[in-house]
Ligand binder design. Structure first.
Ligand code: SAH
Length: 498
């Protein structure tokens, strides 16, 4: 038991079993508890003993708090000043400690679980992920307390680190605008957590561009945290390789993180159409196709955008698909996976020429990369869609789930082609099996994508190749020692039109 008669303690985020044992013991021994009424869950006060006096600090000012503490201590009784979360974050404890110093009253501080960690737990997210963010910014927007000059949203945003905003739930719209103006892309994952760990906890997930409106819809105006950052994307871990090259010098190569090409979206219901419109707004080029019955009840088009919504006759989806299969880079079904699989089955030819196919459910909870994960870019497209809807990208290609950049994906990202696609499987398997692979690639791409892979060695001419597997870019097939002779397997990459 602490010798100090006065304890500043963290009550944790709300749940009565999310405070430290030390705080629970301090509460059980206290004669007086002064707690922050609006923020401390009354449930937490059940740790206090019978007969303990409870005072809500919202009803009294600093002088009164200090007077109460002084009086209690003078009777040799124990006081707990209970703050929400951890007392060191926006707890205004310094002014109280200064006053107690003046009165020569000793005190002790017991840490607590901050709401930011309860929010991360509720979101089941790791706030620091390799290559995405290794820092967490805890900040707020100005209220009665102004923000110091250099602690601007723009300065924080420039770091690219994960951000958590306290005391800002009433300000979300302005804050989201400021973050966007500071260069955070509107699709960046964001989440608002209201009363993390309380029984009435609410979570709103999405992207920066819609989070304020969504939180408003959910009726959240206070006692909530806004979290912003790529770590929140549940596919973040999978996508980290895709973002890897940003961390090497931050070159402006954003475009190859994303899907490029025209997309056909198929929606089968009114809800599906709403989702398709949301997605179309975030895709480079998109046309939406819906059965006639839906279009007749819905206003076509999307405010200010160039999205076209076209109707097809009932029961004619297969025909429409067949007709436009090759004229779109991607086909996105806002429908059940079964429907998509049946419709595309007769049209599939090979992974080198099939377009990307992604299935997204009406709620946007899952975006499944179904066909054309690498070469056609369906994995990237699924991630993009998930980032827009706040859902999860379902990626099943083996290299991706092991955070490896497959060679056909490399080719697709760089605008190259694989000249001997029959070798793709063999090489991606070698990548997965961690085999030694020599690569004759432009050094820039090697640095961007494979530098950290110990089993890949950059070579500058084919004669240097020692490994059984060799990946070459722009090497004429007929000007190298024959693969058969050297027992080497070679994957040939080339420019798209070479
Ligand atoms: N010391 C506290 C923060 C106090 S400032 C801590 O460490 O968590 C009050 C702000 O904290 C609120 O405006 C809100 O942004 C946040 N907050 C406190 N408890 C919360 C909870 N259970 N869920 C979400 N946000 C919470």
């Amino acid at each position: 038991m602490s010798k100090s008669r006065v304890i500043f303690a963290g009550a944790g985020p709300g749940a009565p079993d999310l405070l430290t044992l030390r705080t629970a013991r301090a509460l059980a021994a206290a004669d007086l508890v002064i707690y922050a009424g609006s923020l401390v869950n009354p449930e937490v006060l059940k740790h206090c003993r019978q007969g303990c006096r409870l005072v809500d600090s919202a009803a009294i000012d600093l002088d009164e708090v200090i007077a109460l503490i002084e009086k209690t201590v003078s009777k040799d009784e124990r006081v707990v000043r209970l703050h929400t979360g951890d007392p060191s974050m926006y707890g205004a404890i310094s002014e109280q400690m200064n006053r107690l110093d003046e009165l020569a009253i000793e005190y002790e501080v017991i840490p607590g679980v901050s709401s930011v960690f309860a929010a991360a737990a509720a979101l089941q997210c790791e706030l620091t992920m390799p290559d995405l963010s290794q820092s967490l910014i805890l900040t707020r927007t100005a209220g009665r307390t102004p923000m110091p000059d250099r602690e601007t949203v723009a300065n924080f945003a420039a770091t690219g680190a994960t951000m958590a905003f306290f005391l800002s739930a009433g300000n979300l719209e302005t804050l989201a605008k400021e973050l966007t103006a500071a260069g955070i892309t509107p699709d960046t994952p964001a989440a608002v957590v209201y009363r993390a760990s309380w029984s009435n906890q609410k979570i709103v997930r999405g992207s920066l561009k819609m989070i304020a409106a969504a939180a408003k819809d959910a009726g959240i105006r206070r006692q909530a945290l806004l979290l912003v950052g790529r770590v929140l994307d549940r596919s973040g871990e999978l996508s980290r390789l895709y973002d890897k090259h940003f961390s090497h010098g931050y070159r402006s190569r954003r475009e190859d993180e994303f899907f490029v090409g025209n997309c056909a979206l198929y929606a089968m219901s009114k809800t599906g159409l709403a989702k398709a419109l949301e997605l179309a707004g975030a895709l480079p080029e998109a046309d939406i196709f819906v059965p006639e019955r839906i279009l007749s009840t819905e206003t076509a088009g999307n405010s200010g955008s160039t999205v076209r919504v076209q109707a097809f006759a009932e029961g004619r989806l297969s025909e429409l698909l067949k007709q436009q299969w090759d004229s779109f880079s991607a086909h996105i079904f806002i429908a059940a996976t079964g429907i998509a699989v049946r419709k595309i089955a007769p049209l599939l030819k090979s992974k080198t020429c099939d377009p990307a196919v992604v299935v997204c459910d009406e709620n946007g909870a899952s975006a499944i990369s179904l066909v054309g994960g690498h070469i056609a870019g369906a994995n990237r497209l699924a991630r993009k869609i998930a980032a827009v809807t706040g859902g999860r990208a379902i990626i099943t290609t083996a290299t991706d789930i092991h955070n490896l950049l497959a060679f056909d994906e490399l080719a697709s990202r760089c605008g190259w082609r694989v000249r001997n696609p029959e070798m793709i499987k063999v090489f991606n398997a070698a990548l997965l099996e961690n085999r030694r692979i020599d690569v004759l690639l432009p050094p820039e791409q090697f640095t961007d994508f494979y530098q950290e892979r110990k089993n890949l060695k950059l070579i500058s001419s084919l004669s240097e190749a020692e490994a059984g597997y060799v990946v070459v870019y722009k090497q004429p097939v007929d000007q190298h020692p024959s693969a058969a002779d050297s027992k080497k397997l070679i994957l040939y990459l080339d420019d798209q039109h070479a």
